[in-house]
Design a protein around this ligand. Structure first.
Ligand code: NAP
Length: 317
């Protein structure tokens, strides 16, 4: 066993898989916790551990001797799979993990969560979607239990495996006319997968990030409508946008789930988070602290589409 061990949870997920590859590639001592370790990508130097954050199974063993623990879990899956809604499951998972990490003497939990929307006109707080509320609740639980922890807060991650990006690409791929509800004018700052992995991998060696919540974002402010248009351009397809005056989230989510083939339990909470601007409070702070120059939106879309097509076919290209 290596002197310094790091634990990656959510190791079968989109971000977890890529982070695990990166840490193992650097020769860092890594444990990977998964409910189904058989699904982990085999990698030299990675010790798989079977565990479940909601039940707490396997946590003590996974955290034993770890200085850093990456928390990359969320529970947006059908309620019947694990009982309760995602908010309850994620609170339980966060509390179990936080207590076990504190007991094990972990120095830093590194968490990837969501951006807290900045205030509306005159600084009034904006209403939070259930998904963002839950992500911020888990962040608070983890930082309270292990005060040297770091929470990185991101909007949409642009990458071939990212659920939210995949939904947008599938819509462009499968619909010739794109009905865009009122939220099309809301703004956000998506971040390239490359940069998210860079921030996560470097966090344990950035002392100034300890005990902090930091917004991480790409350099471009885009509306959701622009994002869809620029993804269509990158795919080389013409699509007609049909602007609607209302948001229609519950019925629209059902249509989007059907068109994209993604579970409604995932699509609906993600769409509810489109209802307001989702902009970082200080987009310059994390790049300064980490020395990272984030990729532009169009470059990150090109990279993601290239990776996607190297793995599976993408129609309408
Ligand atoms: N992707 C984005 O655009 C984005 C943007 C901002 C923030 N984030 C944040 O990044 C983190 C990771 O997201 P992701 O996109 O990688 O999600 P993901 O692909 O859905 O992965 C979620 C992971 O959580 C695991 N998990 C769920 N319940 C668990 C439990 N009870 N015990 C142990 N593991 C459990 C899943 O394991 P199974 O394989 O067993 O289901 C899976 O490995 C989340 O906190 C998310 O909010 C993502």
């Amino acid at each position: 066993m290596q002197d310094v061990m790091e634990l990656v949870t959510g190791a079968t997920g989109y971000i977890g898989t890529r982070l695990l590859r990166r840490l193992a590639g650097e020769g860092r001592g890594v444990r990977a916790l998964a409910r189904t370790p058989e699904r982990l990508e085999p990698a030299v130097g990675v010790e798989p551990i079977r565990g479940d954050l909601v039940t707490g199974a396997g946590l003590a063993r996974a955290l034993d001797g770890c200085a850093t623990a990456y928390y990359l879990v969320h529970s947006m899956e059908a309620a019947s799979a694990n009982g309760g809604g995602f908010g309850d499951r994620d609170r339980t998972a966060g509390e179990r993990f936080a207590a076990a990490a504190a007991d094990a003497g972990v120095e830093r939990i590194v968490y990837l969560g969501g951006i807290e929307p900045a205030g509306g006109p005159k600084g009034a707080p904006l209403p939070l979607s259930a998904h963002l509320r839950s992500r911020l609740e888990v962040e608070r639980i983890l930082l309270d239990a292990v005060p040297g922890s770091t929470a990185l807060r991101a909007s949409i991650v642009i990458g071939a495996g990212s659920s939210s990006f995949r939904i947008l690409v599938r819509l462009v791929e499968r619909l010739r006319v794109l009905p865009l509800p009122a939220w099309r004018a809301n703004r956000t700052q998506p971040i390239a997968e490359r940069d998210v992995i860079e921030y996560l991998a470097r966090t344990p060696s950035v002392p100034g990030a300890a005990g902090r919540s930091l917004d991480i974002a790409g350099p471009d402010v885009v509306t959701y409508g622009d994002m869809i248009g620029r993804i269509a351009d990158a795919m080389g397809v013409g699509r007609m946008a049909l602007g609607l005056g209302v948001s229609l989230t519950p019925p629209a989510a059902a249509v989007v789930a059907a068109v994209t083939g993604q579970p409604l339990e995932l699509v609906r909470p993600l769409m509810e988070s489109l209802e307001s601007d989702l902009l970082p409070h200080d987009a310059g702070e994390a790049p300064r602290l980490y020395g990272i120059r984030p990729l532009h939106f169009d470059r990150s879309v090109d990279r993601a589409l290239r990776e996607w097509e190297s793995l599976e076919p993408l129609g309408a290209r």
